[in-house]
Write a protein that binds this ligand. Structure first.
Ligand SMILES: Cc1cc2nc3c(=O)[nH]c(=O)nc-3n(C[C@H](O)[C@H](O)[C@H](O)COP(=O)(O)OP(=O)(O)OC[C@H]3O[C@@H](n4cnc5c(N)ncnc54)[C@H](O)[C@@H]3O)c2cc1C
Length: 287
């Protein structure tokens, strides 16, 4: 099989290449794409290698948010200034694959694959991420939760690609936790991100690997508000059991080769409680 590889040098050029022929497929780090090619689940005749496009490789600080280009790799997210600005994303990035995978794999590729087990997904969901899409028709913004519409399905239009992702910078503690069959180099059995929002005295909880599309545990987020003390950063432990139940109830997991639904439903609740009590210490009965 002959595969044409096109190497654009700007986002504008990607738009042109896609508008000329919509059967062309985007290749970023290739860590998902090439696995599919090797297993013959995908046999593209023309590929656009986007990972050298400067606009997509960069990130910048923009007021209260960070705009991360789609081809920023896990390696860049897991350390340095980005890790300070969005620590939960860095925590998640550190759990992805091996150093080789993290050097090549990108945030845009994780969204493009739209796997329920993608480790960027729960963090971006809990952060309320806005994704910037681009095509020869122009640009549009969409929330991550609306972009991913099912297992490995996005609402990207023809000729459209992910240009960048906008997330708020750290206001107060964030946490990402993952359960896998071992502690390194594994795809998540379940994962969870918990982001604190002190201005609204609320938390955002993104669930990973337990639903076909990005999911926030909205009822649990609402319920736990009354049990949090933002001055002392303590949680009233009497709310924890129901909080855990509500998080589990927000999941619709499946049985597969990595785990069974019952374990996923249980472990997502445990992760939620653990993440919460890492940030808010449990108030003792006396006070
Ligand atoms: C050994 C191994 C371990 C792994 N471990 C993990 C793990 O622990 N956690 C995890 O989440 N993932 C893991 N992965 C999966 C993979 O590394 C990630 O999903 C990665 O983020 C994919 O990014 P990429 O740049 O390699 O994307 P690619 O493979 O290049 O592309 C993936 C898909 O996204 C599309 N795409 C890429 N960029 C864009 C864009 N800008 N706009 C629109 N569509 C786009 C492509 O067309 C393709 O369909 C692992 C993979 C391997 C091989």
């Amino acid at each position: 099989m002959i595969m044409e590889v096109l190497i654009p040098s700007s986002a504008e050029e990607i738009c042109e290449l896609l508008s000329q022929d919509n059967s062309r497929q985007l290749l970023a780090g290739g860590t998902d794409f090439m696995v599919e090619v090797n297993y013959r689940h995908r046999s593209p005749s023309s590929v656009i290698a986007i990972d050298r496009v400067p606009e997509l490789r960069n990130w910048h600080h923009d007021g209260d948010s960070v705009v991360i280009g789609s081809c920023v790799t896990y390696r860049e997210i897991e350390r340095g200034p980005l890790a300070t600005l969005v620590p939960a994303l860095a925590q998640a990035a550190r759990t992805v694959g091996s150093p080789q995978i993290r050097n090549a794999g990108t945030i845009g590729g994780n969204i493009g694959t739209a796997s329920p087990a993608g480790d960027m997904i729960p963090v971006l969901s809990a952060l309320g991420a806005e994704v910037s899409l681009r095509s020869s028709e122009g640009k549009r913004e969409i929330s991550l939760d609306d972009l991913i519409v099912g297992v490995k399905q996005t609402s990207l239009g023809q000729g459209e690609f992910i240009e960048s992702v906008r997330v708020p910078v750290l206001e107060s503690p964030q946490e990402f936790l993952k359960v896998g069959s071992r502690s390194a180099m594994v795809i998540s059995v379940t994962s969870l991100a918990l982001i604190t929002y002190p201005k609204t005295q609320s938390v955002g909880i993104g669930l990973g690997a337990v639903n076909p599309r990005p999911t926030r545990a909205r009822q649990a987020e609402e319920f736990i508000k009354d049990f949090l003390n933002w001055e002392s950063m303590q949680v009233d432990p009497s709310g924890l059991d129901h909080f855990k139940e509500l998080v589990s109830e927000a999941s619709r997991p499946i049985d597969d080769h990595r785990s069974v639904a019952a374990y996923r439903r249980h472990s997502i609740g445990v992760l939620a409680q653990r993440a919460l009590t890492r940030i808010f210490s449990e108030r003792s009965p006396s006070g």
